[in-house]
Design a protein around this ligand. Structure first.
Ligand SMILES: Nc1ncnc2c1ncn2[C@@H]1O[C@H](COP(=O)(O)OP(=O)(O)OP(=O)(O)O)[C@@H](O)[C@H]1O
Ligand SMILES: [Mg+2]
Length: 407
C-alpha cells in the first residue's frame, strides 16, 4: 500500500482536520471502487416478479379469480413456469387493477386506489432524532408497499447520508443526482421539483434522492432568517410544501425519510406533513431520548405555528421498530408506552428480523428479495409483520380520505 492511500504513522504529526480529510477521502474512494464493482454506474435496479399468492394478496382478489382471468385470456398475461406456476411483474399487478376496475367493479370495491376529487395529498414524515430507530427501513418498506398496492407514491430522502437513496440504487457520490435541496434552496439556482424526481425499480414509486448538499439547508436557513430584505427565511417552513404543490397532481402519498436530527430539514418536513410516524426501538435509552425529542419538538413547533406555519396533522402514530417480543424488557417497554399513548400507537409492530437486515446488506428491502432466497419461516414472519404495519398505515391514509374500506 502506498503512503497516500492508507493511514500511516506519518499522519501522526498532522492536524486532526487534515487527517480526517485524508481518511474521509480514502474511505469514499475505496467505497467508490467497491460499489462500482458490485453495481456498475449504468446498471439499473431490476425488480423480481410476484407469485400468484402475492398478487392475490396485494391486489385483493382470490387466487382462483386470477387463474380464471388467465385461462379466459383476460387482463395481463402472467409468465408461466415449466411446473405451471404463474408469476406477474409489478407493472402487470397495476394493469390487473385497471382491468378489474374496468370489468369487475362492484360498488363497494375499488381496485385502483388513486385519490379522487376532495381527497388531499397525504404527506407522511418519518421522524425521530435517535439514530438507527428504523426510519429509513420503515420509509422504504412503506413506500414500496403503497406502490405495490396501487398508490402513486413519492419517496423523499431528506437525510444527507442518503441511505434511502442507496436502497433504491442511487449513489449520490457516483451518480451526482440533485436532491431536494435544489428545489428548496434560497438563491436563484432553484430547480423545479419535477426535474429532480427519479423513477425507481417499483412502478408507481418515484424518489427524490439525497446528497450532502442537503446539509447546506441547515446553514442557509438561519442566514435567510436574518436577512431583512426578504421574507423567505422567516417562512422557511413552507419550502417543502410549496415545492410539493408543483407535482402534487401526480401522487397520492409522499413519504419523507427525515435525518436523525431536529434541524431545519426535519422541521420543514414536519410542517409539510399531513401525518407523522415516530419510529421507536423499545429500549429504555431510546424511549428516554424520544421523550427529549418530543419536548424539544413541541417547544420549537409552538413559535413556528405562532409565526404562521400550518401544522395540521390528520394523524400521528408511534411505531415500534426492531421489536423482539420474547425480550422481556422490550415487551415491558411496549406495555409501558401502550399504557401511556394507547390510541397513538400503531397496533402492529415491526419485528426485528435477520431477513430485514440481511436484505439491507445487499441494498434491498424485503419486498425485493425472493422468498426462495431466504429461510422461508424467517421471511414469512418478517413480511407478515411488515405487511401488517404497512396495511394499518394504508388504512389510516384511506380514513384520512374519508374512505371506509381499504381499496
Ligand atoms: N425490523 C428490523 N429487523 C432487523 N434489522 C432492522 C430492522 N429495521 C431496521 N433494521 C436495521 O437497523 C439498522 C438501522 O435501521 P435504519 O437505517 O432504518 O434506521 P434509521 O433510523 O434510518 O437510522 P439513521 O438515524 O442513521 O438514519 C439498519 O442496519 C437496518 O438494516
Ligand atoms: Mg436513516
Amino acid at each position: 500500500m502506498n503512503a497516500k492511500s492508507s493511514a500511516s504513522a506519518e499522519t501522526v504529526g498532522m492536524h486532526f482536520e487534515d487527517q480526517i480529510l485524508e481518511q474521509g477521502d480514502l474511505i469514499s474512494k475505496k467505497l467508490h471502487l467497491l460499489s462500482v464493482q458490485r453495481f456498475p454506474p449504468n446498471a439499473k435496479k431490476g425488480l423480481r416478479s410476484f407469485t400468484l399468492a402475492e398478487v392475490a394478496a396485494y391486489v385483493g382478489v382470490s387466487q382462483s379469480t386470477l387463474k380464471k382471468l388467465h385461462l379466459e385470456g383476460k387482463g395481463p398475461s402472467p409468465q408461466t413456469s415449466s411446473s405451471g406456476r404463474r408469476s406477474y411483474t409489478a407493472a402487470q399487478m397495476l394493469e390487473l387493477r385497471d382491468y378489474l376496475d374496468a370489468h369487475a367493479r362492484s360498488d363497494s370495491r375499488i381496485y385502483v386506489p388513486h385519490r379522487r376529487a376532495g381527497e388531499k395529498l397525504q404527506v407522511i414524515a418519518v421522524v425521530n432524532f435517535k439514530g438507527g430507530s428504523g426510519k429509513t427501513t420503515t420509509t422504504a418498506h412503506l413506500a414500496q408497499y403503497l406502490a405495490l398496492t396501487g398508490h402513486r407514491v413519492l419517496a423523499i430522502d431528506l437525510d444527507p447520508q442518503a441511505s434511502l437513496s442507496s436502497l433504491h440504487g442511487f449513489q449520490p457520490e457516483l451518480d451526482q443526482v440533485p436532491s431536494l435541496y435544489d428545489a428548496i434552496r434560497y438563491d436563484a439556482n432553484r430547480t423545479p421539483l419535477a426535474e429532480i424526481i427519479r423513477p425507481t425499480n417499483f412502478p408507481g414509486l418515484d424518489i427524490i434522492p439525497a446528497n450532502l448538499d442537503l446539509q447546506e439547508y441547515e446553514y442557509d436557513t438561519p442566514l435567510a432568517m436574518a436577512d431583512k430584505s426578504t421574507n423567505e427565511g422567516k417562512t422557511f417552513f413552507t419550502r417543502i410544501s410549496r415545492a410539493l404543490a408543483e407535482v402534487e397532481d401526480r401522487y397520492d402519498v409522499v413519504v419523507i425519510d427525515c435525518p436523525p436530527q431536529l434541524g431545519y430539514l426535519t422541521l420543514t418536513a414536519l410542517t409539510a406533513a399531513t401525518s407523522v410516524l415516530i419510529t421507536i426501538h423499545p429500549q429504555m435509552l431510546d424511549v428516554m431520548s424520544m421523550g427529549q425529542f418530543l419536548l424539544m419538538l413541541g417547544g420549537i413547533l409552538k413559535p413556528i405555528r405562532a409565526a404562521g406555519a400550518e401544522v395540521n396533522l390528520s394523524w400521528y402514530r408511534y411505531l415500534i421498530t426492531r421489536y423482539e417480543p420474547t425480550d422481556v424488557p422490550q415487551a415491558q417497554m411496549v406495555g409501558f408506552m401502550t399504557t401511556m399513548f394507547h390510541e397513538f400507537m400503531l397496533k402492529n409492530q415491526m419485528l426485528k428480523s435477520t431477513a430485514v437486515s440481511d436484505a439491507g446488506i445487499t441494498k434491498q428491502t424485503l419486498y425485493e428479495v425472493e422468498r426462495a432466497a431466504m429461510n422461508r419461516g424467517t421471511y414469512d414472519r418478517a413480511i407478515e409483520s411488515l405487511d401488517a404495519v404497512n396495511g394499518e398505515i394504508a388504512s389510516l391514509i384511506h380514513q384520512a380520505w374519508g374512505r371506509r374500506v381499504v381499496g
